[in-house]
Write a protein that binds this ligand. Structure first.
Ligand code: FES
Length: 193
């Protein structure tokens, strides 16, 4: 009796359950899905690209970005450089004006040191030497020290920026400097040795 009831219940359940048919996607549907996924990926890449270019990659005050240099820290003319280690540059004040020199040797990337007694930069690795304005003196380095673009702002609002050749910025003795900015993201190669 119990077995008959169970069989009846099974039959009733089978009648009540709707029939579900699962069919494989057609070739057209499959291609459509692939196309949709590709469009989503492409859109993601375009959005990431826009975000990447919209925001600066380097923050102010970080190497690769713009550094604010206090004019009160300017070294006296033809005395040793003022070094900003975090920006990897030296500020040199020479007869012809101001320079922001990249502190990395143009040979194989060591860090030349300013040697006061010899009044020049000397590289500890292979002995290249450079003058206070970064000019090559001797050694295996292929060129003078590289320089960064600098902008000097005077109290009257006028500004002078390093030219394409990376020459020193000649200072106007009749004006006072209120701001100096060094763009460590814009490097000008030093002249060939
Ligand atoms: S890395 Fe400076 S001389 Fe070689």
């Amino acid at each position: 009796m119990a077995t008959a009831n169970a069989a009846q219940a099974k039959t009733a359940a089978a009648k009540a359950a709707p029939e579900v048919q699962v069919s494989a996607p057609s070739r057209r549907e499959f291609l459509y899905y692939i196309w949709g996924a590709s469009m989503v990926m492409l859109l993601g890449q375009v959005t990431a690209g826009i975000i990447w270019f919209a925001f600066p990659r380097f923050k102010e005050g970080e190497f690769g970005g713009v550094f604010q240099f206090n004019p009160e820290d300017l070294p006296e003319q033809n005395v040793g450089p003022f070094t900003v280690a975090s920006g990897r540059f030296h500020i040199s004040n020479v007869d012809k004006g101001l320079l922001a020199l990249y502190m990395v040797c143009t040979h194989l990337g060591c860090i030349p040191k300013w040697i006061d007694t010899n009044h020049r930069f000397e590289c500890p690795c292979h002995g290249s030497k450079f003058e206070l304005d970064g000019k090559y003196i001797e050694g295996p380095a292929p060129r003078s020290l590289d320089r960064f673009v600098m902008t000097v702002t005077y109290s009257d609002g006028t500004q002078v920026t390093t030219n394409d050749a990376g020459d020193p910025i000649a200072l106007d003795p009749d004006k006072s400097i209120v701001d100096i900015q060094i763009d460590t993201g814009t490097r000008i190669l030093g002249p060939s040795a």
